[in-house]
Design a protein. Structure first.
Lengths: 343, 295
């Protein structure tokens, strides 16, 4: 038995009923309307940052939870997107919108390059190699004295997507941009998981020998997964640079990594909505404890420990498993007398 | 010639300390199949323990080493009990990966408790002994570095003798070879795990006192030793003690030669390129054996 939900083939790309479509559309519309009525710049900027994190965490979750590749170098890929977009804007005067996609493409390329040595390994060596990849990228940027990346100070004065708008209008514009990208990311990941590609990834995740025996090339699909996930992470990084007009090496490192891993694990690895829930909970917690960074991270670390030990599926995973057991129980009532075995 | 002597001397000194940090990691991995990500924070805790004894209480340096050893031993045992012991024998989870995350969580907690208690400022840990020795034209090393290398080699030698000769060491090797067979031979496996992890952490704690004097003690000083230990264990092969020792000296020599000949900021990229090359040719590290699922 795996901690992940069983793999079942569904017919449509987004397996939602009409009522669910309506509910999701309504929920997204309500979230989109928030900045029209509510104009506190501080809170709005926290929400935009959280939305960017949702994009990053979803891309990471795609590799960790859905493809089952224990990649701990995703923050370096994210930074590649952010630095790539920032340098394109600053050095070559590339338009910010083009740089956004270029950042995604750069990150995707780096991610695919990282995939080849990584996928030669298995188990703990995968996490070791990717983790040290991220640390080395961080180290190189911190000690860069050529002036390209700005060393520990990062890139400054990057003109974002909306340089000509007033502060409030540009905040709203970023809010909607980040929301749009986050929704598209989640929809894309949910849809990809229903395609041949997603099915193959999950099959190989759950049992590599079985997948290989059914003719699935683990290498090919996992390299594709690195590329896909890297692209999304790169877009998130470029959005970060655009929104903050700057990017520093502090977006990487152990502290952000422990926060984002906690978000993923609390929400539930391998679920589409897990990163959203985890990010929402932890960003709220961070905002409340903003004056006590030490206490905040101590709580985060302890929460991560408790969740991993007692609820390894995460909140969304546990809820989904509960609801599956509940409907199985209802089903048993209906077909009383028939033999039903639940593991 | 001066360069060569400098490279050799600093390579051997760095290698000895790296071996001290990395050997704990490989010991824990060999026995528990846990990659102990809290090893870096043990280096940091050892640094603070040494700082407290040497500056605040003004006691003998030997006391500082023993105190750091005791503190990090306790921390290591606690880490194991909290983050690894509850997961032993758990089905449906990937034990190696899940403990990678839980020990990482413990490291986060330790690091941030230190941040709350000691604050973010760097503390200067005084050297255990002062003075420098001129060993060759223009190449001089501090007594502290020599002592660091000597103590590291002595501890590794003691550990080797302990594992090779003592009854307990034989039990440790038995568990590393075959857990179930060891259990059948009445080795108290479960009770042994916390103690092994305590020892591994204590080695890192002792290294922390020396590294703290070489650099300084602050809540984030554990990150670099952790990264180096990771590179060393990948290079040497997880779970292989001899491989780890060779790898530690190889990494120390590569780092010092790159630092002297090309520049300090290139040391890590070159090291990373080296381990990439090693892993592409030998995915199990230099001396590692293919791992198999256990526990």
């Amino acid at each position: 038995m795996s901690i992940f939900a069983p793999v079942t083939r569904r017919q449509r790309l987004l397996p939602l009923s009409t009522a669910q479509w309506a509910a999701w559309t309504a929920a997204i519309l309500v979230i989109a309307l928030v900045p029209l009525g509510y104009t506190d710049q501080y809170i709005l900027s926290i929400i935009v940052t959280a939305l960017i994190l949702v994009i990053l965490n979803s891309s990471w979750n795609f590799l960790l939870g859905m493809a089952g590749v224990w990649n701990f170098g995703q923050l370096a890929i994210y930074a590649c997107g952010g630095y790539g977009a920032g340098l394109l804007i600053l050095e070559w005067g590339v338009p910010a919108w083009a740089a956004l996609f270029a950042g995604g493409a750069i990150a995707s390329a780096v991610s695919i390059l990282l995939a080849f040595p990584t996928l030669r390994l298995y188990g703990i060596y995968t996490s070791l190699l990717t983790f040290s990849f991220a640390e080395v990228i961080l180290f190189v940027i911190l000690n860069d004295n050529t002036g390209t990346t700005g060393g520990p100070f990062g890139l400054d004065f990057v003109n974002g997507l909306y340089p000509s708008l007033s502060p409030l209008a540009s905040m709203r514009a970023y809010y909607w941009t980040a929301l749009l990208v986050a929704v598209l990311t989640l929809a894309a990941i949910a849809a990809v998981m229903q395609t041949r590609f997603g099915m193959a990834l999950r099959a190989v995740r759950d049992s590599l020998p079985y997948g290989a025996a059914r003719g699935i090339s683990a290498l090919r699909y996992r390299v594709l997964a690195f590329g896909f996930s890297g692209f999304i992470a790169g877009i998130a990084g470029a959005l970060y640079t655009d929104f903050n007009n700057t990017i520093q090496p502090s977006v990487m490192g152990l502290t952000p990594m422990s926060i984002y891993v906690t978000m993923l694990v609390v929400g539930g690895l391998g679920t589409v909505l897990g990163p959203v829930l985890g990010t929402a909970i932890l960003v709220t917690l961070q905002t409340l404890l903003v004056d006590h960074p030490g206490i905040e991270l101590t709580i985060l670390g302890s929460a991560l420990l408790v969740i991993v030990v007692f609820f390894p599926r995460g909140l969304v995973g546990e809820a989904a498993s509960l609801s599956r057991r509940f409907s199985a129980w209802l089903g048993e009532e209906e077909v009383a007398g028939e033999e039903q075995s639940t593991p | 010639m001066t360069d060569l002597v400098a490279i050799l001397v600093s390579g051997v000194i760095l290698g000895s300390v790296y071996a001290l940090v990395a050997i704990g990691m490989t010991l824990v991995y060999g026995i528990l199949r846990v990659l102990d990500m809290s090893q870096g924070s043990m280096v940091m805790a050892g640094g603070f323990a040494g700082w407290a004894v040497l500056t605040s209480w003004g006691l003998n340096p030997l006391v500082a080493l023993l105190f750091a050893f005791a503190i990090t031993f306790g921390l290591g045992v606690a880490t194991q009990l909290v983050s690894v012991q509850p997961l032993l024998g758990r089905t449906g989870v990937d034990f190696e990966m899940i403990t990678f995350i839980t020990t990482f969580a413990v490291a986060t907690v330790i690091q941030n408790v230190a941040l709350e208690v000691f604050g973010p400022r760097q503390k200067d840990v005084p050297p255990i002994i002062g003075g420098t020795v001129n060993i060759y034209h223009g190449v001089s090393i501090s007594m502290q570095s020599i002592l660091m290398a000597i103590v590291s080699i002595a501890i590794i030698g003691l550990l080797g003798a302990f594992i090779a000769r003592s009854r307990y060491g034989v039990a440790i090797r038995a568990v590393a070879q075959d857990l179930d067979a060891a259990r059948l031979m009445a080795v108290p496996v479960r009770g042994m795990f916390p103690i092994v992890m305590g020892f591994a952490s204590a080695l890192a704690g002792v290294a922390g006192v020396f590294l703290g004097a070489l650099y300084f003690a602050s809540p984030t000083t554990g990150e670099l030793p952790l990264l180096i230990a990771l590179i060393v264990v990948i290079f040497g092969g997880l779970g292989s003690l001899l491989g780890t020792i060779y790898a530690a000296y190889a990494i120390g020599l590569i780092q010092s030669s790159v630092s002297v000949e090309i520049g300090t900021q290139w040391a890590f990229p070159v090291l990373y390129a080296v381990i990439l090359a090693v892993l592409v040719v030998r995915p199990q590290g230099l001396a590692g054996r293919p791992s198999e699922a256990r526990l």
